[in-house]
Each structure stands twice: as structure tokens, then as C-alpha cells.
Write a protein that binds this ligand. Structure first.
Ligand SMILES: Nc1ncnc2c1ncn2[C@@H]1O[C@H](COP(=O)(O)OP(=O)(O)OP(=O)(O)O)[C@@H](O)[C@H]1O
Ligand SMILES: [Mg+2]
Length: 253
């Protein structure tokens, strides 16, 4: 039995897509690919993952279309429940997961949704126990600068000095207006290479799909759900399966 792999989507830049990607990658691995996952929401300023879960439960309760889809899915899903989401302030995240694992749970991957500045000492302490870090960011100047500064700090102040378990840190270009890397991203990649950093091959498009988490009425498909796999018809063009494949190759699960 191998230890669970700790993965964080982290950056100090707000609104980069951490909670969205944490949810979608966790859901895809759990519901589409059969891995066991747990998600730890460490953003006590808003606890987005918990909010998503509450929203998903509410939507499936009040919207008959989504209720039917949920019932149908769980009839054949080999696990009979959704993956666990736990909320904690950053300072308590390590003890929370330690206790969870000591109780005999053995997920394949534990995802951490981490936000906040590295000037808060609790953040480096939590980053120190991660195995892999993914830093989502758009190429927009201010956002990229902040995310690159964060990545650079983790690499130079933590990874190269042995202050963390992190084996690999990768940026992810998100909210892109193309589906493949464009010249701006290639230029940014060249800059990253000079810093000893890199980004994933897969980029995430700016798409309203990534915001679709279900409405109380009507039959609009759901993409970002903590209870269900992303709707099949919305997967096309999302680059999510490609992202998950690339992440699995890196984290080796
Ligand atoms: N690929 C995408 N395309 C379009 N909108 C997106 C995409 N990814 C996320 N969003 C939207 O961008 C906003 C910020 O996303 P999200 O909350 O996931 O970011 P975050 O990094 O977790 O933010 P915070 O720093 O507040 O925790 C949300 O409204 C989300 O629905
Ligand atoms: Mg968030």
C-alpha cells in the first residue's frame, strides 16, 4: 500500500482558478477514472469547495433534471458516495490530514486548495508537505508576475534548500483565449525556463464551461460538480481530460 500523494493547486494570486481546477481534477479522477481522492479546502476566507458541495446538493434537490441525473449516475457508480471534502484553516491542514490517514483511510491522492501569501508562515509549512504543486495562472501581466513570483519563491527558497517534499512544481496557463499554446505562452515558457521553471503542455481555455455548476431550474448541463463527473458533452474542447492525463503522468498515479 503506497502513501497518498499530496497535490496542491496553489498561488497567492486570487481568482486564478485554484478551486475550479481542484474540484474538476478531483472529480475527474474520482468519478471518471476510479481513483480515491480527498479534497482539503484550506481557504478559510471563503471555503469554496464546501460552498460548491452545498450548491451541488441543493441543485440536485430542487432541480428534477439534475436529481434524475444524480440518481442514475450513482446506480452504476462503483463507489456509493461522493469524495470527502474537509475544510480547515491552513495552520491545521497538516494535522487534519494526518489524523484522517491515521484512522485507516488510504486515498490515492489528497488535493489541497491553498491560497494566501507566502509571508504567512502557515503557507510555507503546508507547502512543505506537498508532493506536487500546480500553479494556475493566466498570461495577463499582473497575474502571471504574481504567480511566477510565488513559483520562484517555492522553488528557490524551499525546493532547492530541501525545505519541502515537493518533487515537481508546474505552472498551468489558464483562462486562455486559445486551445493550444500561442506565441505569448511560448515566450512566457522561455522566460520560465530561464528561471528553472516550466508550465504544462496542456492549457486551460477561458470558457463558460468552467463556471457551469448547475442552476436550480432548467436542464443546462453541469461541468464543475463535486458530486458528479463533468458532463460528457461539455468535456469536448475543455482540455480537462488532457490536463488530467498530463497531471497523472507527473504525479505517477
Ligand atoms: N477556465 C476558466 N474559464 C472561465 N472562467 C473560469 C475558468 N476557471 C475559473 N473560472 C472562473 O474564475 C473565477 C475564479 O475561479 P476560482 O474561484 O476557481 O479561482 P481561485 O484561484 O480559487 O480564486 P480565490 O483566490 O478567490 O480562491 C470563478 O468565477 C470561476 O468560475
Ligand atoms: Mg479558491
Amino acid at each position: 500500500m503506497r502513501d497518498p500523494t499530496f497535490v496542491a493547486f496553489a498561488t497567492m494570486k486570487g481568482g486564478a482558478g485554484k478551486s475550479t481546477l481542484t474540484t474538476l481534477v478531483a472529480s475527474y479522477l474520482y468519478y471518471n477514472e476510479g481513483l480515491d481522492v480527498v479534497a482539503i479546502d484550506c481557504d478559510d476566507s471563503q471555503f469554496s469547495l464546501e460552498k460548491y458541495r452545498k450548491h451541488d446538493l441543493q441543485v440536485s434537490k430542487v432541480n428534477p433534471f439534475h436529481h434524475r441525473r444524480l440518481v442514475k449516475f450513482y446506480k452504476t457508480f462503483r463507489k456509493d458516495k461522493a469524495y470527502k471534502i474537509m475544510c480547515t484553516p491552513v495552520a491545521n491542514a497538516v494535522s487534519l490530514i494526518k489524523e484522517y490517514l491515521e484512522n485507516g483511510e488510504n486515498p490515492d491522492v489528497v488535493f489541497f486548495d491553498i491560497t494566501g501569501t507566502i509571508n504567512n508562515p502557515d503557507i510555507p509549512n503546508l507547502l512543505a508537505v506537498m508532493d506536487y504543486i500546480f500553479v494556475p495562472t493566466s498570461v495577463e501581466t499582473g497575474e502571471a508576475a504574481s504567480s511566477i513570483a510565488f513559483a520562484n519563491h517555492v522553488k528557490n527558497k524551499m525546493m532547492t534548500t530541501g525545505k519541502t517534499n515537493v518533487k515537481e512544481l508546474s505552472l498551468i496557463w489558464t483562462k486562455a483565449y486559445t486551445r493550444q499554446k500561442n506565441r505569448v505562452m511560448e515566450a512566457m515558457d522561455d522566460y520560465l525556463a530561464k528561471l528553472g521553471l516550466h508550465s504544462l503542455e496542456t492549457i486551460i481555455p477561458n470558457s463558460s464551461k468552467y463556471t457551469k455548476d448547475g442552476l436550480p431550474a432548467g436542464n443546462e448541463r453541469i461541468f464543475r460538480s463535486t458530486l458528479l463527473p463533468p458532463d460528457n458533452t461539455l468535456l469536448k474542447g475543455s482540455n480537462l481530460p488532457e490536463l488530467v492525463k498530463e497531471i497523472r503522468e507527473i504525479i505517477k498515479v
